[in-house]
Design a protein around this ligand. Structure first.
Ligand code: TNX
Length: 545
């Protein structure tokens, strides 16, 4: 499509708002405009204007009449592709309960007038995850170069439909998708979220729920924090007490839990079905009371400490001079790598306050090669730049506005030397930071993080001195010292996650809080339909307020 024909959505919404303020909307909060006072419409529009979704698409050209989903609609797939069929089934599974339509899956040619999922390997402009959506009265066609692109496009299609489509019982339509064309590719290849299952344990089903929430916003990486002082959550056959003992509690002394290898594989498989790569983290050499308590020989004094259920950090360390430490880490990385189809194994490395600097360097020099030995690439928190990061390592920056300049510069220098950078600024992207001082859950060590603050920053220029090409993307970590239930996870994740997802996906020139907050406000219809509890930030013009 010629660039001149493209219309960026903020401009579109901006002009619609202008129309509304000029009084053409007769003072009514019309579906298209939002109301003149910048509030979102009280009710959801029957046809959501093309592109008024999160993350906002790269290019949107509204045109013509909408498509209407009916009982006769069929989903066309490329029958030669198993993955295309799987995405078709996933789409049908999303739409069937609320529409009550059969939505038969058929070969593409037999789906005229329906929703077609097309793979076009020659459409290289769409990259690994991009897609094109064409919608009109004659049908909807989603085209992608690769199945992941079809999956991301399905999320767009889903968000274009009324949010009642998310409900699991039959709802009244009509089910319309605005006419026109969306062409969309991600800004960053790495768009992650992290769940800490160590401080509080979350079941496989609870993790799947989180994965599904991430999928809706086109997140492609799930980082699982699998071990910490308060619990070891993944079975390691060669060191069984890690889970039977080390997994038996959590913050506050609850029962904890752990994943068997089969359960963990189920998480990885489920994430893969949503085109998310799982990055497992085993945090060493600090954050290790659960392991130290399980095996006395891992302690320098040979005495196992009790299990820890508090929330302090920096009190534990593996014993750097002992050989058994490296036998242990070797076994753990071997078994974890074998469960990991993805590229990375995350070795933590943060807050090792009980490990001397020399010991830290010795330890990381011995441990990083073990990751390569088992065919994986090192990921680590940015303290890893206090030593020499392995070739191609992914460094996760979790500093904040008050992080000393010298520490920032060390990370920037590592990025200049070839490390890949994932940005998780604690005072922007940490989902466990309180929104305001009155937020009941969460922590505030990095400050409070309201919704606008989590959205309003630019990953490309965030870390001074780091080359833009080194920034692989962003990640939103959810630490769970204070979070014990899915309701707790929901209210801290929403509504910040959609904005962080947009930072990772949408082109820089679409970034605009004033238009974003209107699209976010409309997401509340979807949160409600999905049973997601969220923080009703006064910064966002929620419908009906
Ligand atoms: C810092 S971020 C930590 C975690 C805590 C978190 C709480 C990082 C690498 N370490 O151990 O859970 O703060 O916000």
């Amino acid at each position: 499509m010629p660039v001149s024909q493209r219309r960026r959505i903020p401009r579109l919404i901006g002009s619609l708002l202008l129309v509304a303020t000029a009084g053409v909307g007769c003072g009514e909060a019309t579906a298209d405009s939002g109301s003149a006072d910048g509030k979102a419409a009280a009710a959801e529009p029957e046809v959501r204007p093309l592109g008024r979704i999160v993350p906002v698409p790269a290019s949107v050209t509204p045109e013509g009449e909408p498509y209407t989903l009916t009982r006769a609609t069929r989903i066309g797939i490329d029958e030669s592709s198993r993955e295309s069929r799987a995405v078709g089934r996933y789409l049908a599974g999303l739409l069937r309960p609320a529409t009550g339509f059969p939505l038969h899956i058929v070969d593409e040619d037999a789906a005229r007038g329906g929703i077609r999922l097309r793979l076009d390997p020659d459409d290289t402009g769409l990259g690994d995850e991009g897609y094109r959506l064409r919608s009109g009265p004659d049908g909807v066609t989603l085209t992608a170069r690769a199945p992941a692109g079809l999956f991301r496009g399905v999320q767009t299609l889903r968000q274009q439909l009324p949010s009642a489509v998310e409900r699991r019982s039959v709802q009244e339509g009509p089910w319309k998708i605005a006419g026109g064309t969306i062409t969309d590719t991600p800004r960053y290849a790495y768009r992650g979220a992290m769940l800490d299952v160590a401080r509080h344990f979350f079941t496989v089903d609870e993790v799947k729920r989180f994965i599904d929430q991430l999928a809706l916003y086109k997140i492609n990486t799930l980082h699982l924090h699998l071990s910490d002082d308060q619990g070891w959550r993944i079975a390691v056959d060669s060191w069984p007490r890690l889970t039977t003992h080390g997994g038996s509690t959590e913050v506050g002394g609850g029962p904890g839990g752990f994943y068997t290898k089969e359960e963990y594989k189920e998480i990885v498989r489920y994430a893969a079905s949503r085109y998310q790569e799982v990055i497992p983290e085993i945090d060493v050499p600090g954050h290790t009371f659960a392991a130290l308590s399980s095996y006395a020989e891992l302690n320098c004094d040979g005495v196992a400490p009790p299990l820890y259920t508090g929330v302090k950090v920096g009190l534990s360390s593996l014993c750097v001079p002992k050989d058994v430490t490296y036998d242990f880490v070797d076994d753990v990385i071997r078994e974890i790598a074998a469960l990991t189809p993805g590229r990375y194994v995350h070795i933590g490395g943060d807050e090792a306050h009980s490990t001397s600097h020399d010991d830290y360097v010795t330890f990381m020099d011995k441990v990083q090669p073990l990751v390569a030995k088992y065919g994986k690439t090192v990921a680590g928190w940015h303290q890893l730049t206090g030593t020499k990061p392995a070739e191609g390592a992914l460094v996760q920056y979790w500093g904040h506005d008050r992080t000393p300049a010298a520490e920032k510069e060390r990370v920037a220098a590592a990025a200049r030397n070839g490390a890949g950078l994932v940005l998780s600024p604690a005072d922007r992207s940490y989902l466990d930071m309180k929104y305001t001082k009155d937020t009941k859950l969460g922590l505030a060590w990095a400050g409070t993080v309201e919704v606008q603050r989590s959205y309003d920053w630019n990953p490309a220029t965030y870390l001074p001195g780091a080359p833009e090409e080194a920034v692989l993307g962003i990640e939103a970590p959810l630490w769970t010292e204070t979070l014990a239930t899915t309701a707790d996870l929901d209210v801290m994740t929403f509504p910040r996650l959609p904005g962080l997802a947009e930072l990772g996906w949408s082109p820089a020139d679409t970034h605009d809080w004033d238009t974003y907050k209107l699209r976010l406000a409309e997401q509340s219809f979807r949160f409600d339909a999905l049973g997601i509890d969220y923080y009703r930030s006064p910064q966002v013009p929620w419908p009906g307020e």
